[in-house]
Design a protein around this ligand. Sequence first.
Ligand SMILES: [Zn+2]
Length: 382
Amino acid sequence: MNDNLLKMNSVNVSDDKHTVEYNFSMSGKSYNIYFKTKDVSLIPTSEALIALTLIPCMFSNLNIRYHGNISEVFYENLKTIMEIYHAWYQHLSIIEIKGFEKVKYPHETDGRSGVFFSSGVDSFYSLLKNKEDITDLIYIHGFDISLDQTSRREQTSKLVRNAAENLNINVIEVETNARDFLVNFGPWNKLGHGAALYCTAHLLSHSFNKIYIASSHTYANLHPVGTHPLLDPLWSSEKMTFIHDGCEATRIEKVEYIADFPVALNSIRVCWKKDSSLNCGECDKCVRTMLNLYAIDKLDECSTFDKKLELKNIMKLHALSDGARVYLTQNYQHMLEKKPNDPLVDALKKVLRRPRWQSYIHYGIRNPGEALKKISKRLHKK
Ligand SMILES: [Zn+2]
């Protein structure tokens, strides 16, 4: 163990309790991380502070010493949380967390149940499956859409609010720059994304006794990733429980489920392309979702995909990663089952049979920078 400590400079809360700002220094650099919302009060807790700083401190081998009450159940789970991160990523050290006073929090909240919601397939599935229980959608600005993309942010916020209004559910929109900080200590989707969700939830823990986190993968395809059925429950306290939801269903099963709800067909957003307004209709994620909807004759009813599903866009798909191959294989099997004589089945078969080196060349011509990154990542793995 070392004596190096995370240097906390300040934790500030605005008078209206709508903004919380953390200021701390690590390895000679200062960071100012904020969370703000107009929709609810934010209360800085020891759990939120640890959620935000644990991975950076494990990365930098810095211990955390701070004062304040901490949930006993949360504190007891921290050892296992660190052991999981360390087993996944051995460069993350097990650190000491001290100075806090363990208490059993009373189980008193406003009794609300939230779901982190992005208007994508996974979160729509968890929302609709648990809609009798869910009182609030929590949408976070600054995750997949960067904070300077004002127009995309406004459009997405509108989609989220429309969905909530339709289902008579409350919305909480939170804005944060936590991503800019957390990406310095590991890949966003594999580590930082989860940390930022846990932190946001603990800032809201005076109101919620349950928060659903939608799964991205099934029980059959679990791997180390920022939110995970092993990890999420461990981040709970006596007051608030995290539920990792949806591992029982594949992406296709989720699309089939949500396609029965007009609210989903009018609000689904899957595209992460920076220059697209909602769904570009051409990137891998858009095309795969469009294929799922097309196979069950729901694509025409979906108002958030303007473009037609074209054969040339199927041929542009590439199984560059093992994850992409899993999704494409599921797409192929689904089409084969629903529309065996459709020409798109053959196109998917060709994509899956294409040797990986050929995929890299095709992909590389269109995205040279990204392709180099992916190749170096693969070589690094080996
Ligand atoms: Zn797209």
